[in-house]
Design a protein around this ligand. Structure first.
Ligand code: SF4
Length: 310
């Protein structure tokens, strides 16, 4: 019997083990991350879960890359919320030359003027682009494996699991930290979830975000009914913690809808959450997240110049 199918009565054992590991590596600290959708929609890929794909008719804003000033403003806001990291997501398979130049300028100014660590989600990078971004001050790259190699063709046909793994290796070899996780609830089996988490061990991400599918009307998965319960979500997070003991385990998109009343329990396993929403979806406001963190007995992990004294 696999970990994810353990009887619910066995859950306290998994929870206790995950909490011990989490406490050893991260104490009682929780990080909050703030996302900026730096370029929205207009993507030529066909990821079935994504509102920004070429096969999506979702009612979202679509715009090219934001200006350096606009990105700087978003970063300042993240800093003022005491975010541990500012994350920028750009839709699209590749980063165009003009986009790379804008992003490098934005990263340089954010690092100099806000002093907050920066992570970007950028599609597939060339080694040269990864090097330039690293030199501009980029700390971390997000590129999720999303599911197992076996299930990947069921969620996307315009690129492969191997393409994603190769991109992670390019970024890692450039010295960038990696953020890579997945989306559960897409129709995969428990074995697919386990295999994805095991595959991630090959690239040892510094951060493992676990998203819980929220079907978006207008996307191919718009009518999907994710087979997730709050307890199963916690079990998945627990497995992620045990397989990636020292990593930042992040409760990412869909935590509000799928963990529901058990959200505070996720902090005893994970040490990182997004606040103020996701790329194309709203989420828990920062002040509510901060209350949840302190109510559960945790402390905010802060490390950026803009945050000032607590
Ligand atoms: S590559 Fe990224 S932006 Fe494009 S469809 Fe896939 S997840 Fe969405």
């Amino acid at each position: 019997m696999g970990v994810l199918t353990l009887a619910d009565s066995d859950f306290p054992t998994l929870f206790d083990a995950a909490w011990s590991v989490r406490r050893h590596f991260h104490g009682n600290r929780v990080q909050i991350q703030v996302l900026s959708n730096a370029k929205s929609g207009l993507c030529g890929e066909d990821c079935r879960y994504c509102a920004q794909s070429r096969v999506s008719h979702a009612d979202i804003e679509r715009y090219p890359i934001k200006s350096v000033e606009a990105l700087l403003k978003d970063a300042r806001q993240a800093g003022s919320l005491r975010a541990r990291r500012f994350c920028m997501g750009l839709s699209g398979r590749v980063l165009e030359e003009e986009e790379a130049a804008t992003l490098c300028d934005a990263i340089r100014r954010i690092k100099a003027e806000v002093g907050i660590p920066v992570c970007c989600s950028l599609g597939f990078l060339t080694p040269e682009q990864a090097r330039r971004l690293r030199e501009a001050g980029l700390d971390r790259v997000n590129h999720n494996l999303n599911t197992s190699e076996r299930f990947y063709p069921s969620i996307c046909t315009t690129h492969t699991f191997a393409d994603r793994m190769r991109n992670l290796e390019i970024c890692r070899d450039t010295g960038l930290e990696l953020c890579s996780g997945g989306i559960v609830g897409q129709g995969e089996t428990d074995a697919d979830i386990v295999d994805m988490l095991l595959a991630l061990r090959k690239v040892a991400p510094a951060s493992v975000p676990i998203n819980f599918l929220v079907p978006i009307p207008g996307t191919p998965f718009g009518d999907a009914i994710p087979k997730l319960t709050p307890l199963k979500c916690l079990k998945i997070l627990g497995l992620a913690r045990l397989l990636h003991p020292s990593a930042d385990i992040r409760v990412a998109g869909g935590r509000e809808a799928h963990l529901r009343a058990l959200q505070p329990m996720s902090l005893f396993i994970a040490n990182s959450i997004f606040v103020n929403g996701y790329l194309t979806a709203t989420g828990q406001p920062c002040d509510e997240a901060l209350s949840m963190i302190s109510d559960a007995g945790f402390e905010l992990e802060v490390e950026n110049a803009a945050a000032g004294p607590e």
